[in-house]
Design a protein around this ligand. Sequence first.
Ligand SMILES: [Zn+2]
Length: 99
Amino acid sequence: MRDRIAGTSQIFLLRGYGMDCSRIKDAIYLFLDNEMGEEVASEFENHLASCPSCARRRDFTTRWLVQVRRRAVRLCAPDSLRQKVLRSLRSNGLERLSP
Ligand SMILES: [Zn+2]
């Protein structure tokens, strides 16, 4: 079964270059976003099982992404502030910017 091709990095990985430490950095993001086909994911996991340095990079990147996504949710403006901003835009003749 052929892997699904998800992007430039995936194509690069599939062209017979194999999986090594220099390619793990890009591959981590494909893996964490479930954008990596099964065959390449298996290569990726095999490499991490035998490379503590890349395994640490994967763990760090995973934690970092979780923090970024949590903070992104916290940055949503409360509805009362949103309404206040929209009223201000309308009162200044900028209503076309509001939804
Ligand atoms: Zn490695």
